[in-house]
Every structure is written in C-alpha cells, then in structure tokens.
Design a protein. Structure first.
Length: 393
C-alpha cells in the first residue's frame, strides 16, 4: 500500500517512519494535554503530578524489560506493539471508568505501553537514520511532531468543548480519535523493512556506562528533561485554570507546536551559523522564563510569549545534543544499554521537576507555582558541556 504512490514513487524506511511518527504525534496532541486536564478537573493538580510520576516510573521499568525482550523481538515490533497497547489503554478509560479516578493506577498502566514504544523507537530510529545527517533527521522528526501538534490540541479542545456528553464521556470523541491514530501509526510501521536492533546478550549491569567521553551526556540528559516536563505538565493545566476553557488550553498546545515547527526549520541554519556559540541563546531563554511568574490580567498572553521564545531555541539545542549522542553511538555494535542509561537520567530529571511542582503547589497554590519556572530554566546550563565538546560545529 505504502510502497508505491503517486506515479510509482517509492516510500523508503525513513519516509514510512516519518509518517508513522506523524500519526503517533497527532494522537499525542489530542490526548496528552487533556489526560492531564481530566485528572485536574476530576480531582486536583496533585492527581496530575501523581499520574505523571507513576507514568515515568512504569515507563522506565518497561523500557528496561522491553530492552531485555529485544534479544528475541526486534525494535520495530516493540514500536508497533507499544502503539497498539497505548491505544487500548486509552480506550480502557471508558470501559473501566474507575481508571479516570485513580491517577496512580492509570499512570502505571499507560507507562507500560510508553516504555515498550520508546524502547523500540530508540534503536529503531537509530538504525533507520544510519548514513543520514542526524541533525537533519532529528529536525525532520521534531518538525513532524510540531506540525502534527499544530492542529491536534485545538481540535481536541473543540471536540471536548462541543461534546454533548458530560463528565468522563465528554472526552470520548477526542480519545477515540487518538486511539485510532495510534493504530494507524502501528499499521504504517508494519511496512518498514528495517527491523532495528535485535539479538545479542544484555545485562542490567551493562547499563551503568563507563565509556570514555560519555560523562558529558549524563548532565545533558538529566537537565534536558526538567524544563520540558514542567512546560508540558504544569503550564497547560495552568492555562486551563486561568481560562476555564478546553479550547484555550488546546490553542496553547497548537501555538507551542508552531514554535517547535519554526525552531526545527531554524535548527540546521543555527547549527551552521552559530556553531558552539549557540549556547549564547540560553540567557535569552532564562530571561523569558521570568514571564511565567507575572500574575496579571493578561498572564495568559505572557505565558504564550514565554513558551514560544523558549521552544524556539530549546528544540534546536536538544536536537544538536541528541545528534552528537547518536554519532557517538555509531561506533558501537550494540547500543541498547546506552538508551537505558539515558532513560535513567531523563526520568530522574522529570521526577525532580514533578516533585518540585507537587511540593510547592501543596504548600502554596497552583496559581503561584509558576514561580518555579525560572529555576527550572536554570537547568539549560546543563547543555553547555555537550556543545563545548562538539567537533563538528
């Protein structure tokens, strides 16, 4: 079906992967923000944070389990099965409504599919991109994610706002469409010939990396997840809290996706033009984060502006760091232990961010918790070691 289109042109592995990723990201744009808002509406911000922490823990566990399974199952099939399981998990919300009232259990449950998917995606994308310009490959990936998210959050907000149902079931059309897109992502991936990594021995001990020149990536992975976690979890809920509108919360998701799309267009150019000097955009991002702290009648506008400025530079910085990491991995035959080690640091950074939000909002309030954003933005300084060591920019 996908092998020949429009005049006999052939879709290669990369093109099919991009299409599959596009379906996945469109699905995430529909459901990601609104699962958080669902727990906020039915309970409080604490439930949102508990859901996210449970997801991160479960995702890490099943990332490791899936990596063990890669001895007999290819990365492609993990990628496919993770998508299918995620679709089924979202659908279970309406089969077992209790799940929407138990943030901890639902977070643990959806973390299973996430861990399987991201474990497969890590080495799957690494194999598919071999021989390519990794910076371009990652920029295209991120651009697809941003384009898919341009429409989906606003569409999700409209579907929920104009639903004739109430309570949990007002989310039914949005989440059903999200599940369908996940299944389409899986179907598309079945046409990819590249299977990614499979076979070989693996031990959890090998995930403690002692390789030369790896140390700089530890800081990069840990710090790269702190600000992003806060922006994806706290800020959309904060927007909904201020506006009381699913549509405005969805528009926020779309506008930030636009910032991500524009930043990915800029990424290759910034890499060429600025080289190592790109770290000088970090002070601009730090100053922009202060806008989150103003509590005025037009606070929503300031949040939109701050998010756009940060995302405009955050994606190129992240892509350049990941491009460097993937080039570092090319000299190794087996890479799965590196991806698990990376997950340790990513998840640690995310959980630190989430626990900070939980503790502060519990002591004070959701309204005042945005004061943490400039402190989270300081984590961007952790990017510097990677860029100082790069030899190709």
């Amino acid at each position: 079906m996908l092998n020949n289109i429009s005049g006999g042109k052939t879709f290669g592995s990369k093109e099919k992967y991009y299409l599959s990723l596009g379906f996945f990201m469109f699905s995430g744009g529909l459901s990601g923000i609104f699962i958080n808002i669902l727990f906020f509406v039915t309970s409080n911000l604490e439930s949102v944070i508990i859901y996210q922490i449970a997801l991160q823990i479960s995702q890490t566990i099943f990332f490791i389990i899936s990596t063990y399974l890669m001895k007999v199952i290819s990365a492609r099939y993990l990628f496919i099965s993770g998508n299918i399981l995620r679709a089924l998990t979202i659908a279970l919300l309406f089969v077992i409504p209790y799940l929407s009232q138990n943030a901890l259990f639902f977070g643990l449950l959806i973390g299973v599919s996430s861990g399987i998917f991201w474990s497969g995606n890590a080495t799957f994308s690494l194999e598919i991109s071999k021989g390519s310009n990794r910076m371009v490959f990652l920029s295209i990936n991120s651009a697809i994610s941003s384009v898919a998210s341009l429409i989906s959050p606003t569409l999700g907000g409209l579907l929920i706002s104009y639903s004739n149902f109430h309570g949990l079931y007002r989310y039914s059309m949005d989440f059903a469409l999200s599940s369908i897109l996940l299944l389409l992502s899986s179907l598309t991936a079945t046409f990819i010939k590249n299977n990614g990594e499979k076979g070989g021995s693996f031990s959890i001990k090998t995930t403690i990396i002692k390789e030369k020149n790896y140390s700089r990536y530890r800081a990069f992975f840990f710090f790269s997840s702190i600000l992003g976690m806060a922006m994806s979890t706290l800020i959309p809920v904060y927007i909904y809290y201020l506006s009381g509108s699913y549509i405005v919360a969805g528009i926020y998701g779309s506008v930030t996706a636009l910032g991500g799309f524009l930043s990915n267009i800029m990424a290759p150019m910034l890499s060429r033009k600025l080289g190592k000097k790109i770290i000088y955009v970090i002070p601009v991002m730090l100053i922009s984060s202060i806008l989150f702290t103003f509590h005025l009648s037009y606070s929503i506008i300031l949040v939109f502006i701050a998010s756009l400025i940060i995302l405009l530079f955050l994606t190129p910085l992240s892509n350049m760091g990941m491009s460097d990491f993937m080039q570092y991995l090319d000299k190794f035959t087996r890479t799965r232990h590196f991806w698990i080690n990376r997950e340790y640091y990513l998840v640690s950074g995310r959980i630190l961010s989430l626990i900070s939000i939980l503790a502060y909002s519990d002591l004070f309030s959701l309204y005042s918790s945005t004061i943490l954003m400039p402190f989270f933005a300081l984590s961007l300084l952790g990017f510097i070691p990677v860029f100082r060591m790069r030899s190709d920019i």
